[in-house]
Design a protein around this ligand. Structure first.
Ligand code: GLA
Length: 397
């Protein structure tokens, strides 16, 4: 752990406070992309990079948070109604308080420092920040939140305060994951399992996680993320209407409410973009189910193949991916030693992720860097590669 957090804390706030420290990991989702908002099946890892928090409580409700990663000091008071979004990282802190205020009267605030360990983009730094901050506020106010409640409040903050119509994937990975296991989650019911590699005969993990930063960063609220969510809901609505089923309001409709057979019966009559969004949903949920079997069989090559297939469907059916991410994906496919890889997160910015053979790490670094920078020399200073390991969910240190 870095000492610069302590130094920064002392510079901002002086000495003498009782300090708490927690670490909220980033996440990757190898299989189960873009289906959580439609109540589909997902999988995920938390990994050993993320956001470090060092903080203490304040008696008067004041929040004062500084960051070594994001710009600007964030100040407000948890005892007062939360102000509107301001378009900076403080919105996530305000959002967390807004969500908690729906159920609790908060007394104590937080002052502290946060620091992200690798560049931001596609690895769910927002969920790490939200879940970590909810846990910090829980600690100083003795709210006694369960792990599930941390997920729920962080999720309410992102959907209702930040206005991103996302699902529960990110928060669930940040909170529930365990090192060496793959999280399997049914986002319709919340049912989940932490699956050992090799199933009943667990084996050590034969891979590392490769994170390939394209050099492009952008916020999800400025992308087509919410548009895709609406397209999925509309696809479900159209299918239900053709099938003569009872319709709910569009906002309450999900692709999980219809079946693949129903889609195929009417896909010819649907505008193509809606049929493709629905096709992504069904094939991706199947890939999660099949991928979990490969994982339990201890077959990393088969698992990796599903991850590549998942990215194909993200490009062709879900239609996401910036030109840079698409280029990286094609490079990864022809890189020896990469078992499988895809866009990370929503796939509109940030990074590609891959499962890589640890013995070929440096070869992979050289090959991907040379190939990518040949196509995109403008990212020479911002393109970066990291190799990480699956890790436990958010916790106090
Ligand atoms: C973002 C969202 C998640 C999920 C992924 C795509 O990370 O926050 O809820 O939809 O994209 O799988």
């Amino acid at each position: 752990m870095t000492d610069d957090l302590f130094t920064a804390y002392r510079t901002f706030f002086g000495k003498g406070d009782a300090l708490y420290r927690l670490f909220a990991p980033y996440r990757i989702c190898p299989l189960g992309a873009h289906v959580d908002h439609q109540h589909g099946l997902v999988s995920g890892f938390a990994f050993d990079s993320g956001i470090d928090f060092l903080f203490s409580e304040t008696e008067n409700g004041k929040v004062e948070m500084a960051s070594l990663t994001f710009e600007g000091l964030v100040t407000f008071n948890v005892q007062r109604p939360v102000e509107e979004r301001q378009g900076n990282w403080g919105d996530y802190l305000r959002g967390a308080i807004w969500a908690l205020q729906q159920d609790f009267r908060l007394e104590k605030g937080i002052k502290g420092i946060v620091k992200g360990s690798i560049p931001i983009g596609g690895l769910s730094s927002s969920a790490a920040l939200l879940c970590g901050f909810v846990m910090a506020v829980d600690k100083v106010n003795h709210l006694g939140l369960s792990r599930q409640q941390i997920i729920d409040y962080a999720s309410v903050a992102e959907r209702r305060y930040i206005d991103l119509n996302n699902g529960i994937l990110d928060q669930a990975c940040v909170v529930l994951c365990e090192a060496d296991k793959l999280l399997y989650l049914d986002t319709a019911t919340g049912e989940h399992r932490l699956v050992p590699f090799g199933g009943e005969n667990p084996k050590p993990l034969p891979f590392k996680l490769g994170i390939f930063f394209s050099g492009v960063t952008r916020r999800l609220t400025g992308t087509d993320y919410n548009l895709r969510v609406s397209e999925c809901k509309t696809a479900a609505w159209i299918i239900q209407a053709y099938e003569g089923k009872h319709l709910k309001e569009l906002g309450d409709t999900r692709l999980r409410d219809v079946s693949e057979e129903e889609l195929e019966r009417c896909s010819d009559r649907m505008p193509d973009r809606f049929a493709r969004r629905a096709r992504h949903f069904f094939t991706e949920c199947d890939r999660v189910t099949e991928g979990i079997k490969a994982w339990e069989d201890g077959d990393i090559e088969r698992f990796g193949q599903y991850v590549f297939d998942s990215c194909e469907s993200s490009m062709n059916n879900y239609e996401c991916g910036s030109p840079e991410l698409i280029a990286l994906y094609h490079i990864m496919r022809r890189t020896p030693g990469i078992y499988g890889g895809r866009f990370s997160g929503a796939g509109f910015k940030g990074a590609c992720i891959a499962l890589v053979d640890p013995s070929r790490q440096e070869e992979i670094r050289t090959f991907v860097t040379n190939e990518y920078l040949r196509e995109y020399p403008q990212y020479r200073d911002s393109f970066e590669i990291f190799f990480c390991n699956p890790a436990n969910g958010v916790d106090f240190l």
